[in-house]
Design a protein around this ligand. Structure first.
Ligand code: SIN
Length: 488
């Protein structure tokens, strides 16, 4: 028995897959249950699809693509803008759905609805700027040009931590570029994906352009998407481990890939930092979404002279966080996504303490039970702690003390990942030096949040390939065609 979710716009609550413009059950009639991580209550019974439905969706997407690639850019613009407006108009319901399936506090969820919508608005505009180039000086008897064309059907695989944004950040540029998409959302948060598809349908999106395949068998849908020669591109956000599998599978049909993978973000506090700015930035970076983002500060490196003052302020600020159900007033830290996540975070903390770290705050599952974990600060974290190589994905802040700028940079760069890095300093020469020395796709300087539609989100090293957002995001969905026309 699933519990009803109170929504003003009832059409946003869907539980079937969305193929060729229709809500459909799995052919096997199989379903899976989505539960609220804050209380373990089942909230929806969702169609459990597989390879067969994925192939149907790919076929529908290919037919839709053949028409859509010819659509005038103004038509794409007005469709995307209608979708944008509908997302904004339904902000409260979308936020409520997100809180009950994902757990983040309501204010964060409402913020994510805007964050997600802005990518639709941004790429509606960017579609107008897909320029090719003519090299007029090449020869008086020839025209040399290159143009851009949509890649075709795109397979999109998204995670649970930003159930709306991780979809719009990929789907909006794909649609603006002239592509069609088959989306596999996380089995933990499919309801937000369905609501987005319903709003796209209400905006007038042609059938087959956006397809959603819910499943709790990610491998079967991933295999079908990567095996298909019709799918010309895979865009994935998730773990480095799964990203590598999708890249290997995509090699057989030489698909293009965009990979937004795991991080291990250092947050460096230099002696020259301003304490208030630093604490504000760190709180935002560390505790956003209960620490469950790929760009959350994973290792907090603090220079020795500022260390004691920093620790004092950080503990005081962290003690003010309110843990609870995201629908309750004033809650700033929601639950972790599920029991496995809680166990993983707990094991990390216990392992680190057993290696000699000290617990300054929290350190245990929260007394609220379910999947809540106490905001935690650990100090004297040894170099061989699991935090130095793995993502925590929880509200845990491990502190590492260092002496010189070179040491801080060396520890920060000592990772196979390179998604995000942060540092705080008020010394402009140091800011320039450290910004150059850090090997990371994105850097926050005196700030803990840099995610927005203007910036090119993405990593280097094992954190990924490609960029999302900015004027670069749409290029991920465009092929280049070079043509030389001789007049002789
Ligand atoms: C992520 O965790 O993958 C995305 C975070 C963001 O968009 O800021």
């Amino acid at each position: 028995m699933t519990k009803n979710i109170e929504l003003q716009n009832k059409s946003l609550f869907q539980t079937q897959g969305f193929i060729n413009g229709e809500w459909v059950d799995a052919q096997s009639k199989k379903t899976f249950i989505v539960t609220n991580p804050a209380n373990d209550v089942p909230i929806a019974e969702v169609a459990n699809m597989g390879a067969q439905e994925t192939n149907q969706a790919i076929e529908a997407a290919e037919i839709a693509f053949q028409q859509w690639k010819l659509s005038p850019i103004k038509e794409r613009y007005s469709l995307l803008m209608k979708w944008y407006q509908l997302i904004m108009d339904n902000q409260k319901d979308l936020a409520t759905l997100m809180v009950v399936e994902q757990g983040k506090p309501y204010a964060e969820a409402a913020g994510e609805v805007i964050y997600a919508a802005t990518f639709v608005q941004w790429f509606a505009e960017q579609g107008k700027r897909m320029n090719g180039v003519v090299k007029s000086a090449f020869s008086p008897n020839a025209e040399l040009k290159y143009t851009k064309e949509p890649v075709g059907v795109v397979g999109i695989v998204t995670p649970w931590n930003f159930p709306l944004t991780m979809i719009t950040r990929k789907v909006a540029p794909a649609i603006a570029a002239g592509c069609s998409v088959v989306v596999k959302p996380s089995e933990l948060t499919p309801l937000s994906a369905f609501a987005l598809a319903e709003l796209a349908q209400q905006a007038g999106m042609p059938k087959g352009l956006i397809n959603i395949i819910p499943t709790d068998d990610a491998a079967s849908v991933g295999n079908a998407l990567t095996a298909s020669a019709t799918v010309r591109k895979i865009s994935f956000t998730g773990s480095t481990r799964v990203g590598k599998i999708l890249m290997k599978q995509s090699a057989d049909t030489v698909k293009r890939t965009s990979m937004e993978l795991g991080g291990n973000a250092p947050f460096i506090v230099f002696d020259s930092a301003d304490i208030n700015t630093t604490i504000e930035a760190l709180m935002a970076s560390k505790f956003r979404n209960a620490g469950q983002t790929c760009v959350c500060a994973n290792r907090i490196l603090v220079q020795s002279k500022i260390y004691d003052e920093f620790v004092d302020s950080f503990i005081k600020k962290t003690q003010q966080l309110k843990v609870g159900n995201g629908l309750e007033e004033g809650v700033t830290i929601g639950p972790l996504i599920n029991k496995q996540a809680l166990e993983k975070v707990d094991t990390f903390v216990q392992n680190t303490l057993s290696k000699g770290a000290e617990c300054l705050l929290g350190g245990k599952p929260h007394e609220l039970g379910f999947t809540f974990f106490q905001p935690t600060i650990l100090s004297n974290v040894p170099q061989d702690s699991p935090y130095n190589c793995e993502e925590i994905f929880g509200p845990v802040a491990p502190l590492i003390k260092f002496d010189t700028e070179e040491q801080g940079i060396a520890i920060a760069n000592d990772t196979v990942h390179g998604l995000a890095a942060y540092f705080c300093s008020q010394d402009y020469r140091q800011i320039n030096r450290v910004n150059q020395a850090l090997r990371s796709g994105m850097i926050g300087i005196n700030t803990g949040i840099f995610s927005n539609e203007f910036g090119p989100f993405g990593g280097v090293k094992e954190s990924g390939i490609g960029r999302e957002g900015s004027e670069l995001g749409i290029e991920e969905y465009l092929d280049i065609k070079y043509s030389l026309l001789s007049f002789q």
